[in-house]
Design a protein around this ligand. Structure first.
Ligand code: AMP
Length: 405
């Protein structure tokens, strides 16, 4: 039987990321990104092996981008697609794992829109466009929140009146689940343990950043909460602030909630602290030239990150290793070194020469002798989505979407 083929789609409000993956193979045969959609500058870029190209999406429509992706799939697939795997940001409490999309599931994703007003509507655009085009094959949704549905109530409940949870879903959900799950599995592989075993702290550090405590393949706690704003410092997101801050800003500056929401999500984090950039590469370069804002932003980022990791350690019975992933986690020796410098309490120490990023950036161990493992593992969310989609089809666990009370 020839290996199965999965198209992975990650549809955002102004972009569609896609990858065509053959079962069990580490690299996609085709991958690409349509970006600046909804504007006249829409563009679709793709690569397949050494071949690459781009085309304009002049009307900026998601449907035009999907229409542009189709012939590429026909050209490079060379066999029928088995499934389409969709990344969906928020599944609320409806979804504890991957799910074959049907009308009920689409309705449940719609019901979760109030929890992720920026992300879920965009994800639904991709689902609807792709379901219209590939109408004869299963479409599977993989939720960023689903991996964290194993958190116990003492980790996911906020100390607010019970009715806010039971009637309105106010609780911690967590995000980046696909990435935390993938790197925790890779960590056990790298250390020669059974896949799915081990006690890990994982740090996904990209534009969005989160930490997670994973025990034997299950998330026990994570830094993001009801929305992806809670937790550690991110590119433009503040992470944790005093919950009274919106009230204070309203009283003193007259800011309404929309203004505060915008500032905490888009003008804070590394950008707000440094006054320079949300991009860690820019900040690392500026710090080396003595830029005070960049230096402070990196100091706060690493300290808060270490504090989050040390806090999550209480969820684990022991520590088999700390994993760094995401654009910053995979590529920045400075951030890894400064963060681990705050984690002596966990016995963690880095070997400086191993910490340097080698060409090709392979998964590797960077701890000093006597320290628990410290691992750098490139994440691959598309691969995880493809594998979970196929695993779901194998087990055929199509279940009704549970209703909330
Ligand atoms: P991601 O969202 O996973 O693509 O990560 C984006 C972040 O990774 C941005 O802040 C980049 O500046 C950062 N990044 C990528 N390469 C490096 C590097 N060599 N050093 C520091 N940060 C990096």
């Amino acid at each position: 039987m020839s290996k199965r083929l999965v198209l992975v789609i990650n549809c955002g409000s102004s972009s569609i990321k896609f990858a065509l993956r053959v079962e069990g193979e580490p690299s996609p045969i085709l991958s690409g990104l349509a970006e600046r959609l909804t504007t006249p500058e829409g563009v679709l870029r793709w690569r397949a092996g050494n071949e690459r190209d781009e085309m304009k999406i002049a009307d900026g429509l998601h449907s035009t981008a999907v229409a542009g992706i189709l012939p590429l799939i026909d050209r490079f697939a060379k066999r029928p697609l088995t499934a389409v795997g969709h990344r969906v940001v928020h599944g609320g409490e409806h979804f504890t794992g991957a799910y074959v999309l049907d009308a009920n599931a689409v309705r449940a994703i719609e019901e979760s829109i109030p929890l992720a007003p920026l992300h879920n509507p965009a994800n639904l655009i991709g689902i609807r466009e792709a379901m219209a085009v590939f109408s004869k094959i299963p479409h599977v949704a993989i939720f960023d929140t689903a991996f964290h549905q194993t958190m116990p109530p003492h980790a996911y409940r906020y100390a607010v009146p019970e009715v806010l949870y039971s009637k309105y879903g106010v609780r911690r959900y967590g995000f980046h689940g696909t990435s935390h799950h993938f790197v925790a599995n890779e960590a056990s592989r790298l250390l020669g343990m059974d896949v799915g075993q081990g006690a890990w702290l994982t740090a996904h550090l990209g534009n969005g950043c989160s930490t997670c405590a994973v025990l034997n393949g299950k998330s026990l706690d994570t830094s993001m909460g009801m929305t992806p704003l809670e937790g550690v410092v991110m590119g433009t997101r503040s992470g944790d602030v005093d919950p009274n801050l919106p009230a204070y800003l309203s009283r003193t500056l007259g800011w309404d909630l929309a203004k505060t929401d915008y500032v905490l999500n888009h003008e804070s984090g590394l950008l707000g602290l440094s006054g320079l950039s949300n991009d860690m590469r820019t900040l690392v370069a500026a710090r080396s030239e003595g830029h005070a804002g960049a230096t402070l932003a990196i100091d706060v980022y690493c300290y808060r990150l270490a504090r989050s990791l040390a806090g999550l350690a209480v969820a684990l019975p022991r520590l088999d290793g700390l994993v760094f992933t995401g654009g910053i986690g995979e590529n920045s020796p400075l951030i890894r070194e400064m963060t681990v410098g705050h984690l002596q309490i966990l016995g963690l120490a880095i070997a400086p020469e191993r910490n340097l990023t080698p060409p090709g950036n392979p998964a590797r161990e960077i701890q000093a002798a006597g320290s628990p493992a410290i691992l750098v593992i490139p994440t691959d969310e598309e691969r995880q989505i493809a594998e979970e989609s196929l695993a779901l089809l194998d087990f055929d666990r199509i279940q009704p979407v549970p209703e909330r009370d």
